[in-house]
Design a binder for this molecule. Structure first.
Ligand SMILES: [Zn+2]
Ligand SMILES: [Zn+2]
Length: 280
């Protein structure tokens, strides 16, 4: 299979290994195109984002690798950028000035606790439960609705190339359910996200990390969402959200089977600078 992967981290943030280690791992399996997407810096203490001071080195390192491996693999520069209104976004000036090949827009934070601490939506279950009580007046629906509202705002206002892990918030439904993913209100929130992806031709990633990290038993997003996305002809790409070079294609076969089952016959890859369809 002709795999690609546009969502990978490294030692610059919370991943392991040099960027070049990911290139070597990719070459070993015959991958022809890959992108780097370290967590973009944030202006507050965060253990898993890169330091702002490292941005020039990160960008230069990718350019060096592009030159070194020319003719063997196409390498692309990106960042996984958080959307926090008025704080960070895929079209923030520090992101734009890097001249990236694409951006991944992800929602990891939803508003702040009363003491001002940003609420990390995919943090621990305890933090999630505390946030329901302290930020959303005990109503988990309000929290989930806010997550998707922020995602839609990000897609509409900041136009990322790829939407990162659409329904990652579902990790809090395992092992014990905190909100019902089959409820009409939940499905409606997701459908509104898909509308925007379709309208703006934004790529939806099929992210396998939840499966191999055993956070959930399905890709982000779940198969029913991918099925709805197919009806809207939303472009997809399979990503592993690798945090280690050995993770660059983990569970890709599961994602590809699911895509075929819901009717997809192609995914998208970056090739000579453009997104092009490639048969599944
Ligand atoms: Zn993420
Ligand atoms: Zn990531």
């Amino acid at each position: 299979m002709n795999w690609s992967n546009y969502h990978g981290h490294s030692h610059y943030c919370d991943g392991k290994g040099e960027l070049e280690d990911y290139v070597k791992a990719a070459l070993e399996i015959g991958m022809k195109t890959m992108g780097f997407s370290t967590h973009a810096p944030l202006p507050f203490k965060c253990l898993w984002t890169m330091n702002k001071e490292d941005l020039p080195t990160y960008r230069a390192e990718i350019t060096r690798l592009q030159e070194k491996y020319k003719g063997q693999i196409q390498l692309y520069a990106s960042l996984e950028v958080d959307y926090i209104p008025e704080v960070m976004s895929p079209n923030h000036k520090i992101i734009k000035q890097l001249n990236l090949d694409y951006t991944i827009g992800s929602v990891h934070f939803i508003d702040n606790f009363p003491d001002g601490t940003p609420f990390e939506a995919d943090g621990s279950r305890q933090i999630f439960v505390d946030a329901i009580d302290q930020i959303f007046s005990g109503d988990e629906k309000k929290l989930v609705r806010r997550y998707y509202a922020l995602m839609r705002e990000m897609l509409t206002d900041t136009n990322p190339t790829i939407l990162g892990h659409l329904d990652k918030i579902k990790i809090h439904n395992s092992p014990e359910m905190l909100f019902d993913e089959n409820a009409p209100w939940y499905r409606d929130e997701v459908m509104q996200v898909l509308e925007i992806l379709a309208d703006r031709n934004i790529i939806m990633e099929i992210n396998t990390r939840g499966i191999y990290k055993k956070k959930c038993d399905a890709t982000y997003p779940s198969a029913w969402i991918v099925k709805e996305a197919k009806k809207k002809n939303i472009r997809v790409t399979i990503n592993s959200d690798a945090h280690h070079p050995r993770e660059i294609t983990v569970c890709f076969d599961i994602a590809a089977d699911m895509l075929r089952e819901v009717g997809y016959r192609e995914t998208f890859r970056l090739w000579n600078g453009d997104w092009e369809a490639i048969a599944l």
